[in-house]
Design a protein around this ligand. Structure first.
Ligand SMILES: Nc1nc2c(c(=O)[nH]1)N[C@H]1C(S)=C(S)[C@@H](COP(=O)(O)OP(=O)(O)OC[C@H]3O[C@@H](n4cnc5c(=O)[nH]c(N)nc54)[C@H](O)[C@@H]3O)O[C@H]1N2
Ligand SMILES: Nc1nc2c(c(=O)[nH]1)N[C@H]1C(S)=C(S)[C@@H](COP(=O)(O)OP(=O)(O)OC[C@H]3O[C@@H](n4cnc5c(=O)[nH]c(N)nc54)[C@H](O)[C@@H]3O)O[C@H]1N2
Ligand SMILES: [Mo]
Length: 742
């Protein structure tokens, strides 16, 4: 291996050092060595020199060759020939595609105003900043969005942390140092709480699961808060098997014990936090007994967990998306961050560290181009007035606008890196009703998806991560995404173009002044400007450089400008509550509220007695992707719904049976996985399911209506601040499928 080189020849093959950050989907900058020859990928190996992944890879990277060269890849632009959804397409040239876009955009801008054009993204991919730029500077529309109800992924954490600590806190598992576990300043957490997260499988948001396992090997003991006995929960010192959606109650109960027993860090609370007295008052009623009744967590276990966390120094908490996927998600988050706040586990080795971004990964984010819109146009953003902390068009309100035409009609959708009918939208049949109101829909994807089939008028084939020159460019304002890395083009597939190339071509045609770069490389140089490097220089580095990281930055005056000590918040303190929420009429302290559909709050629960949580991640699949790849599909061929043996028995269901999951919103069918690892009253269903092997044209849409569990998730149930939604708290009944569908 050639140290730090980015490309070399070996055994008649070209070896390229790169990172897989989308497409297909992934959140991490693992190190790849990609072997290619004659425009074909031969194999993908882990790069042992990359500190981020140290040579380890998950199955999706090992199967990347199969994704890239899959026969179903979209390889040239397609224009709809028949009716929408009929599956008839004409192959057209890129120039014809660009002309079609220009013509439709101009017509819609003229007839309805630019705000009638909406750009949709999915999870963090290498497209958010590009779509923002296109929407704001190209289309002239403020309606960039994702159709994830309540933006219930990552955004809530970012927004809350910007109010309470200034920057997103992460558990310190040595990720800030290139020499990792050997770094002399670092120490492993004595206690680590894994809260609503399954890191060894999902490796979400630039945090790899094996980092936790390495800490466990060094002595870290775990508390896991999860309704399921996951691999990592089975290795925990304490497992809190809560009822889905009661996280805030569990958090408040732990805070209650820590405050009552005076186990908190008095010095840190007094000197560095704001709102302790309010919090103390708030937690009074959340006694372990009350919390047991709400959450099903035995009070002895809750007390033991609170004591173990508070007495362990240092201790850290890793929080998953689950915490956000309830209507009450902001309270869940606030309760959790107050735990590290009052125990002083803040920015210390092995605690929750403040991951202030630095010049190595500060690139334009989803606000890129926003300044190109005038004040009046900005205010037209759907949800602008209702939800001031949500800085994109509000997903649920824009879905309403598509369906009802209110407050104004949405006429064009630019769908880039999302598959709403199969995966992201709650209650997708509601969105589906609005499709006919859209005059023009462009889909940019690697594969034909149910959403592309149902909605697309123009389909643009995009390059995978192995076919594009770019930077790992995601950056959500105040969060850490690891050092910037070059993503290097290795091969060309068909006539595919990268999202960057398409942005430049379309942007130049719509508004040349806002897209002054002659080619993608020049645009990447512009994006990298804050780092002082060009794309070519970044690429030449091969292995990313780590920026020096310091602990206890609030004590050293490193978080606020001008060398002032404290946190980068309105008061300079670690905020234990969020006064900004009051602007939306929401409570600024954490509180518990029943999910909108729950056995306690819903009259419907008489008919649907089981609690439904959804969307557990699996090794081989990233959301609705990878269903075409046999090696990955083999890991879970059909969607599996986890059911406790007692519950299965009562409902006459055997392992492997097809069962219907049904509630007052809709139903879907999945295969029963009968397992004692789930609570008897909880059902755990997979998400993102469709079947590329089934017919695409309407009405089948690749079987999307069969197994997509979001048909049982209500839309329009965002929390009072506009953030968070109940993807992981619903109700249902289950029964064996006797309808014989195949
Ligand atoms: N029930 C339930 N539903 C959920 C969840 C859950 O837990 N439960 N989780 C939710 C969460 S957290 C999220 S983030 C969403 C994710 O939802 P989405 O992001 O919408 O995920 P996908 O459905 O996989 O859609 C991604 C599409 O983008 C394409 N793609 C991948 N990479 C690229 C790229 O670089 N460029 C372009 N142009 N296209 C690309 C893929 O081929 C795929 O068709 O799902 C949500 N849905
Ligand atoms: N392989 C793979 N990796 C992925 C993805 C993927 O689709 N596939 N998606 C990516 C994306 S966008 C995201 S957001 C992340 C999410 O990754 P994670 O944060 O790990 O989220 P999940 O796997 O959805 O759920 C984590 C755990 O929460 C538990 N859980 C369910 N309901 C509740 C509840 O109410 N409370 C608590 N405390 N726990 C509950 C589940 O049993 C599960 O074990 O994964 C990312 N990584
Ligand atoms: Mo997500």
């Amino acid at each position: 291996m050639k140290k730090s080189k980015w490309r070399w020849e070996e055994d008649g093959m070209t070896v390229t050092r790169t990172t897989p950050w989308t497409g297909p989907g992934c959140h991490n900058a693992c190190g790849l060595l990609v072997y290619s020859k004659d425009n074909k990928i031969i194999k993908v190996e882990g790069d042992a020199e990359t500190p981020f992944s140290r040579g380890r890879l998950c199955p999706r990277c090992l199967a990347l060759r199969k994704v890239v060269h899959h026969p179903d890849r979209l390889t040239h632009p397609l224009k709809r020939a028949g009716r929408r959804g009929e599956g008839k397409w004409d192959r057209i040239s890129w120039d014809q595609a660009y002309d079609m876009i220009l013509e439709n955009v101009r017509t819609i801008q003229k007839e309805y105003g630019p705000e009638a054009i909406s750009t949709w993204h999915g999870t963090g991919r290498n497209v958010w900043h590009l779509g923002a730029k296109l929407s704001y500077s190209g289309f002239g529309s403020p309606n960039l969005t994702s159709l994830l109800s309540g933006m219930a992924c990552y955004g809530p954490k970012i927004v809350l942390s910007s109010m309470t600590t200034g920057f997103l806190p992460l558990p310190d598992v040595s990720q800030m140092f290139a020499d990792r576990y050997e770094n002399p300043d670092w120490t492993h957490p004595k206690c680590l709480i894994i809260w609503g997260n399954n890191p060894v499988v999902s490796q979400a948001d630039s945090v790899r699961g094996d980092w936790f396992v390495e800490c466990m090997k060094r002595g870290t003991e775990l508390i896991v808060v999860d309704p399921r006995l996951t691999w990592i929960a089975s290795r925990a010192k304490i497992w809190l098997q809560l009822r889905p959606g009661t996280d805030a109650a569990v958090g408040l109960g732990m805070l209650h014990v820590i405050i009552e027993e005076e186990l908190y860090d008095k010095d840190f609370v007094e000197n560095w936090t704001e709102g302790f007295d309010k919090l103390k008052e708030r937690v009074k009623t959340y006694t372990p007994q009350v919390v047991e009744e709400i959450s099903w967590v035995p009070k002895e276990k809750l007390i033991a967990a609170a004591r173990f966390y508070a007495r362990s120094k240092p201790a850290a908490i890793q929080w998953g998306v689950t915490v956000e996927q309830h209507k009450n998600g902001m309270s869940n988050l606030l309760a959790i961050q107050d735990l590290w706040g009052i125990t002083g586990n803040v920015d210390v080795p092995g605690g929750n560290i403040i991951s202030k971004p630095n010049k190595f990964y500060r690139v334009p984010d989803f606000m890129w181009g926003w300044k190109d819109l005038d004040r009046e146009m900005r205010k037209k953003r759907i949800g602008f007035a209702e939800y001031p902390t949500v800085t994109i068009a509000h997903p649920d309100l824009i879905t309403d606008a598509i369906v009802t035409g209110k407050p104004y009609p949405i006429k064009m959708a630019w769908i880039q890196g999302t598959n709403p009918l199969a995966c992201i939208a709650a209650n997708p049949r509601y969105l589906y009703r609005g499709i006919e109101n859209l005059d023009f829909v462009v889909v940019l994807d690697l594969f034909m998806t149910p959403s592309a089939m149902a909605m697309g008028d123009l389909i643009l084939p995009v390059s995978s991560a192995l076919e594009r020159d770019t930077i790992r460019a995601e950056s959500w304002g105040n969060a850490w995404w690891g050092p910037a890395r070059a993503i290097n083009k290795i091969i060309q597939v068909g006539e595919c173009k990268s999202d960057e190339e398409i942005l430049l071509e379309v942007g130049k045609r719509l508004n040349p002044e806002a897209f002054p770069w002659k080619d993608v490389e020049e645009m990447l140089d512009f994006l990298l400007k804050p780092s002082g490097e060009t794309f070519a220089q970044l690429r030449e580095k091969g292995i990313p450089e780590y920026y020096p990281f310091e602990y206890r930055k609030y004590e050293k005056g490193l978080l606020v400008g001008g060398g002032q000590k404290g946190f980068n918040t309105a008061t300079g303190k670690f905020m234990l509550y969020a006064p900004e929420f009051e602007k939306s009429g929401a409570d600024s302290l954490p509180y518990y509220e029943e999910p909108p559909l729950s056995p306690v709050s819903s009259p419907e629960a008489k008919e649907y007695p089981l609690v439904l949580t959804t969307g557990y991640r699996t090794w081989g699949l990233f959301h609705s992707e990878h269903r075409q790849i046999p090696e990955l599909r083999e890991i879970q061929y059909y969607p599996e719904v986890e059911i406790h043996p007692d519950t299965a028995g009562k409902n006459n269901i055997k392992d492997g049976d097809w069962v219907w999951i049904e509630n007052n919103i809709g139903r879907c069918r999945q295969k029963a996985k009968v397992t004692p690892t789930i609570h008897p009253q909880v059902i755990n269903a997979g998400h993102g399911w469709w079947y590329p092997e089934k017919p695409g044209p309407e009405p089948d849409l690749f079987g999307v209506w069969e197994s997509n569990v979001n048909q049982c998730i209500p839309g329009g149930q965002q929390g009072p601040t506009g953030w968070c939604a109940p993807y992981k708290s619903s109700i249902c009944k289950i029964y064996k499928d006797t309808e014989g569908l195949e």
